[in-house]
Design a protein around this ligand. Structure first.
Ligand code: PLP
Length: 381
């Protein structure tokens, strides 16, 4: 099998991630923060080391600003439902995933908040920023947007959008689902108030673990309440991080696996990984572009480093899901067709009717594999 759906989840995982997950069950299978015995303390120490390593990776203000969650979707919901108040207004981009759109839609249907969608203009950051600026009103409390589109990989000018938000006293939340481990994220320098990440994509961790990084000492009300092993006589959740947002027994396999994944990315070098994958995408793009029946979507910005290593296209005579199915059945190549849980993005890109085929390599993708994909796509008409 040739796996080119790494934007959905990276596969395979590095051997050190597999070993870390195994050790979480075999060696560190004791509940941390719940007992004073040596084994429980050892697991707690491992969790703390993971927090430290991840805080360093994202330049978070402290290890306590790193919250472990079940995933990116959960982190985004925690921010939306824990930081917004009745009557608040939110601005999102036209390239958002349903992980952003649906919780906001849910709250707006209940009359709790309102939100607007600012159009992203590919290749024109000034126009994009202007659209966000024009959408700000007196109730705007948050700008929330993706760092890189999960459909076309396009990178939004989020550092500048964060500065725009702050100049109006507005919070900024980054959906880093497709960018954590791909583009640098610096909590202190970039100034983000919240960053939401999955562990299982380009941080190479297992599924079922995610991160919420809290910037600028912002307060988020807990979505879930329960035991934390701290201030147990108090009926309210603790008022300090990470306990405030981490009720219940934590996912130790996920946490240790994620730490190993982050360490793997750090050791390989995020920049090196990015350029290795981008070279494969560029080569594919340059050669496939010659085929008149294929149409590449959103690939109009000529600047360097503005696309995560992803390629999206449509074909003249086949819809994207059928083409992805053909690649799977005839060539054992796994790519994703359809709408990628991002109807807003597909509406904006004009591909809502047929979707796109998305190619997403990882650090483990070889040139031979992308050559096989090239040959397969040249044959399927
Ligand atoms: N945001 C974007 C841009 C995504 O691509 C995804 C998943 O593909 C998510 C959020 C949600 O991530 P998860 O499904 O891991 O919670």
């Amino acid at each position: 099998m040739i796996y080119l759906d790494n934007s959905a989840t990276t596969y395979p995982k590095p051997p050190q991630v597999i070993r870390a997950v195994q050790s979480a069950v075999s060696v560190y299978g004791f509940n941390p923060g719940r007992g004073g015995y040596r084994q429980s303390l050892q697991t707690a120490q491992k969790v703390y080391e993971a927090r430290e390593s991840i805080a360093e990776f994202f330049h978070a203000s402290s290890p306590e600003a790193v919250i472990f969650t079940p995933g990116c979707t959960q982190s985004i919901n925690m921010v939306i439902k824990g930081a917004l108040k009745h009557g608040d207004h939110v601005i999102i981009s036209s390239l958002e995933h349903n992980a952003v759109y649906r919780p906001l839609y849910q709250l707006s249907k209940r009359g709790e908040i309102t939100f607007d969608i600012a159009e992203v203009v590919i290749g024109d950051d000034e126009a994009t920023i202007d659209h966000f600026r024009q959408a700000i009103n007196k109730n705007t409390r948050m700008i929330l947007c993706t760092h890189a589109s999960n459909v076309i990989g396009y990178r939004l000018p989020t550092e500048r959008l964060c500065a725009l938000a702050h100049s109006y006293g507005i919070l900024f939340c980054l959906d880093a689902a497709q960018s954590a481990g791909v583009f640098p994220i610096d909590m202190v320098n970039d100034g983000y108030d919240f960053v939401c990440c999955p562990g299982h994509k380009y941080l190479y961790g297992p599924m079922g673990i995610g991160l919420l990084l809290i910037g600028n000492d912002n307060i988020v009300a807990p979505l879930i309440a329960g035991g934390t092993g701290s201030v147990s006589t108090q009926p309210e959740m603790p008022d300090f991080y990470p306990d405030r947002l981490e009720a219940g027994t934590q996912n130790i396999s996920g946490i240790l696996g994620l730490k190993a994944g982050v360490d793997f990315v750090r050791q390989r070098g995020m920049d090196r990984i990015y350029h290795q994958e981008s070279r494969q995408i560029d080569r594919l793009y340059r050669s496939l572009r010659r085929h008149e029946h294929l149409h590449f979507i959103g690939r109009v910005d000529e600047r360097e480093d503005v696309y995560a290593p992803v390629l999206a296209f449509t074909a003249d005579r086949t819809d994207s899901e059928t083409l992805a199915e053909q690649l799977s059945q005839q060539y054992q190549i796994a790519v994703r067709g359809g709408l990628h849980c991002a109807p807003l993005a597909h509406k904006a890109l004009g591909t809502i009717d047929r979707g796109v085929v998305r190619i997403a390599p990882s650090v483990f993708t070889s040139t031979e594999e992308t050559n096989i994909l090239y040959r397969a796509l040249s044959r399927i008409k």
